[in-house]
Structure formats: structure tokens, C-alpha cells
Write a protein that binds this ligand. Structure first.
Ligand SMILES: Cc1cc2nc3c(=O)[nH]c(=O)nc-3n(C[C@H](O)[C@H](O)[C@H](O)COP(=O)(O)O)c2cc1C
Length: 176
């Protein structure tokens, strides 16, 4: 069920040596297509990196060694200018948001397939761009390393519902 998958999705930072099938990489990328896009302008390109040496280079570009153990990495890129052409400055915001929506779709699919990942947003953009030979106007949004989990997710704080919702107005914590 959707609710179970949403709650089961967690960032996993240790992967086993068991290889994930390439078919799974395709299935994971496929769900990105169904994310909402402003004006239905699809602004993403996904680069699946499965060569060991390139995976290592991406781990170095992120200064996060655990990434090197992934079976493959999906590099999520935005063609932001496509959205900006229709929406100007606001298009840049939309490009970030729709990339996030697609990333979440993929993370949920990864969870449903019994696989593990972690949203990586910390990396050297220029280095990643060079490794995947992306054009200079492609914005690198995230790296999604994918593997089989070799650790249990740690217990972390998630806010309770009461602390994040207001009723009718900012600050109003009681429903009339
Ligand atoms: C925009 C963004 C960037 C992130 N970048 C990293 C990262 O570079 N490295 C990392 O280990 N986790 C990264 N994370 C994962 C968060 O640390 C993680 O989602 C958070 O601690 C909550 O844990 P959970 O995903 O298990 O619920 C990022 C998450 C987001 C949304």
C-alpha cells in the first residue's frame, strides 16, 4: 500500500555487494515520467551510471564514500531553461520543485522494489557534469545511488502532525 511504502522509505547509506538488475534501473526511471510538471513541460533528464569507475568518481565528487558501493547511480538533471522559457524566474523554482516530485516518485519505486537509496544533494556540480558529459546549462539536481541495503535505517526524528499544521491561518493550532 502507498502509505506503507511512504513510511518505509528511508535513507540508506550502506549497500551490499549484490548487484541490482539493470531492469530495475529502467523501472525506477520510468516512474519519473509521471511526476507533475508545470504546464506539463517535462524538464528532466536521467543519466544511469553503472560503470564501476564512474560510480567511484561520483562518490568522490560527493565526498561520500558509501556511494561507491551502489550498483548504479541515477543522476537527476534539469533542463531548467525549458521551464524558464514559459515561466521566467518562477520557472526556476518550478524546475527545482518538479525535480523533487520526480525524485520522490523514484525513491518510492526503489522502496517498493525492496531496494535502497539515499537522496544525495551534496556534490560538486561541475565535476558531476564533467563525469556524465552533461551540457553546461543542465542543472544537476541529485544523485540517487541504488543498491541492496546492508544496514537498517537508524531511528530518526520525524515531526508529529500537530507540530506542522495550522488551521485557516499561520499560527492557529486549533480547529474551530
Ligand atoms: C535536498 C536533499 C539533499 C540531501 N543530500 C544528502 C546528501 O548529500 N547525503 C546524505 O547522506 N543524505 C542526503 N539527504 C538525505 C537526508 O539526510 C535524509 O532524507 C534525512 O536525514 C531524513 O532521513 P530519511 O530520508 O531516512 O527519512 C538529502 C535529502 C534531501 C531532501
Amino acid at each position: 500500500m502507498l502509505d506503507e511504502i511512504i513510511r518505509a522509505r528511508r535513507s540508506i547509506r550502506k549497500y551490499s555487494s549484490k548487484k541490482v538488475s539493470f531492469q530495475n534501473a529502467i523501472e525506477i526511471c520510468d516512474v519519473a515520467r509521471f511526476a507533475p510538471m508545470a504546464g506539463n513541460i517535462f524538464s528532466l533528464k536521467l543519466v544511469i551510471v553503472s560503470e564501476k569507475e564512474k560510480i567511484k568518481q561520483l562518490a568522490e565528487a560527493s565526498q561520500q564514500p558509501f556511494i561507491a558501493d551502489a550498483s548504479f547511480i541515477v543522476v537527476v538533471c534539469s533542463e531548467t531553461s525549458k521551464v524558464a522559457r514559459s515561466y521566467g524566474m518562477r520557472g526556476e523554482k518550478y524546475a527545482r520543485q518538479q525535480a523533487g516530485a520526480a525524485i520522490q516518485n523514484m525513491l518510492l519505486k526503489i522502496t517498493e522494489l525492496g531496494l535502497a537509496s539515499c537522496w544525495i544533494g551534496w556534490f560538486d556540480d561541475a565535476t558531476v557534469r564533467r563525469i556524465i558529459k552533461a551540457p553546461s546549462d543542465a542543472d544537476i539536481e541529485a544523485l540517487l545511488p541504488v543498491g541492496y541495503a546492508a544496514e537498517k535505517p537508524r531511528k530518526i526524528f520525524k515531526p508529529d502532525l500537530k507540530s506542522i499544521i495550522f488551521f485557516e491561518e499561520w499560527g492557529k493550532k486549533e480547529k474551530k
